[in-house]
Design a binder for this molecule. Structure first.
Ligand SMILES: Nc1ncnc2c1ncn2[C@@H]1O[C@H](COP(=O)(O)OP(=O)(O)OP(=O)(O)O)[C@@H](O)[C@H]1O
Ligand SMILES: [Mg+2]
Length: 414
């Protein structure tokens, strides 16, 4: 009897499955003998494409039963053919190769940091050693105060690492999520002076870059915050960068590369080179992954991708309820007890969940929670404390909903 022809779903080609040893494959091609098929078998592993270890010729009926068996065993056809085998090998080899590369990069980093630590004083922030700033009359008064209640979450380690590596870091997230305080608290502990410039207000390009003025009959140049921070080795936080005017963004773009220099066009093209301790940060509420909330932050501009690509952009979410309960207890020690803190953190979490569902139109910040808790400890009355700390800041509808959430967690005093 003549061998039956292959049907629509019985293709020639490469059948593959992923095993713990690599990509195992069967290649089906037309054999030299008429109406027969050649089957080759092999395994590609992290070292690349494997050799053929089985090579046989079968008729169509035999092939058909093999195809059934392979399907049961999890083989699927790779329509990419021979190129597919190489691609599958690369796919499997990627993670082991990356792990080796990461380990060697970590060792190299460790070595450089070790050498730096011998000459410069460092302080450990989270898991990362940060080089301390030098004491000097300009920077020292600008070092933020340490907040002893500040909690460095595990999630912040990557950001601190970026600061050490002199990356431009942009933190995005809702108001009061902790963007500014994270940078300030790293600076406070490593004794670096910080300048802040808010773009949602009257900051002009003159304030930012500098301007000429007349004093005692003499014309003087006054550096703006950017050249000041660059010359003095300060950390500059550009708050609400999504409100900045284009001329300010243009000045910033020049210094987004780690060694990027600023050209003061107004001052005869004077070039300002960055001090090694200079760092640049930005915060925003409605950029990139936060764009979906732009309606809450009216007037925010869209930032173009080329500009965003010059930053490491981190989405900072609110602290978890457990972390926030810790912060409440540390900030309001010794009066804030754990049971009180856990309940208050749960209320904040519920309000944020309602906000995420768009039942509430106002976000519930850590700042608001701390303020409410502090007032509550003074008045002994959660409802009265919620007046100035929460209700008066939101719409009547939001206030009613938040009141309901609070009552759900706190029974009235008897
Ligand atoms: N990890 C933390 N540990 C302790 N307190 C925190 C933490 N994160 C935030 N807070 C508290 O929340 C307050 C608000 O944080 P911060 O000012 O950094 O928010 P933000 O994201 O910069 O807000 P905005 O967008 O309004 O500028 C801080 O002053 C601090 O009291
Ligand atoms: Mg801020």
């Amino acid at each position: 009897m003549a061998a039956p022809d292959l049907t629509e779903d019985e293709h020639l080609g490469l059948y593959q499955r992923v095993t713990e040893h690599g990509a195992e494959w069967w290649r089906v091609s037309v054999a030299d003998r008429p109406e027969n098929y050649r089957l080759e078998h092999g395994v590609d592993d992290e070292h690349g494409a494997g050799a053929v270890d089985i090579d046989l010729v079968v008729d169509a009926e035999n092939l058909r039963s093999k195809l059934k068996k392979w399907r049961r065993e999890g083989f699927a056809i790779d329509t990419a053919g021979a190129d597919g085998a190489a691609a599958a090998a690369e796919r499997i080899a990627f993670m082991p190769a990356l792990q080796r590369a990461t380990a060697s990069a970590a060792a190299a980093r460790q070595q450089t940091r070790g050498a730096q630590a011998q000459t410069r004083q460092t302080v450990r922030v989270g898991h990362v050693d940060v080089i301390c700033g030098a004491d000097n009359p300009v920077a020292t008064p600008l070092v933020p105060r340490i907040n002893p209640a500040y909690l460095f979450s595990e999630r912040f380690n990557d950001i601190v690492e970026d600061i050490v590596e002199n990356r431009r870091v942009m933190l995005i997230g809702h108001t009061g999520a902790g963007k500014t305080s994270l940078i300030e608290q790293v600076a406070a502990r490593s004794r670096h002076g910080v300048l802040r410039s808010n773009m949602n207000g009257q900051t002009t390009v003159g304030d930012f870059v500098g301007f000429w003025t007349v004093k005692g009959g003499e014309t003087l140049w006054v550096d703006g915050v950017l050249p000041t921070a660059m010359r003095e080795g300060l950390w500059l936080i550009v708050d609400e960068i999504d409100f900045a005017e284009p001329s300010i963004l243009a000045a910033l773009t020049a210094v987004l590369e780690p060694q990027g220099r600023l050209v003061l066009k107004e001052k005869g093209n004077e070039i300002v080179a960055p001090h090694p301790a200079f760092r640049l940060f930005a915060t925003a509420n409605a950029v990139g992954a936060m764009s979906q909330f732009r309606h809450l932050y009216q007037g925010a501009n869209l930032m173009n991708e080329a500009f965003l690509d010059r930053w490491r952009v981190y989405l900072l979410d609110y602290l978890t309820p457990a972390e926030e309960a810790d912060v409440l207890m540390r900030t309001l020690a010794p009066h804030m007890t754990r049971p009180l803190a856990v309940t208050l953190a749960a209320i904040a979490a519920d309000c944020r969940a309602a906000f995420a569902r768009e039942d509430l139109s106002s976000a519930f910040s850590t700042r608001r929670l701390l303020d409410w808790a502090e007032l509550m400890l003074r008045t002994g009355d959660p409802e009265r404390a919620a007046g100035p700390a929460i209700y008066a800041k939101v719409s009547p509808e939001d206030a009613a909903l938040i009141r309901g959430i609070i009552r759900h967690h706190i029974a009235p005093a008897t």
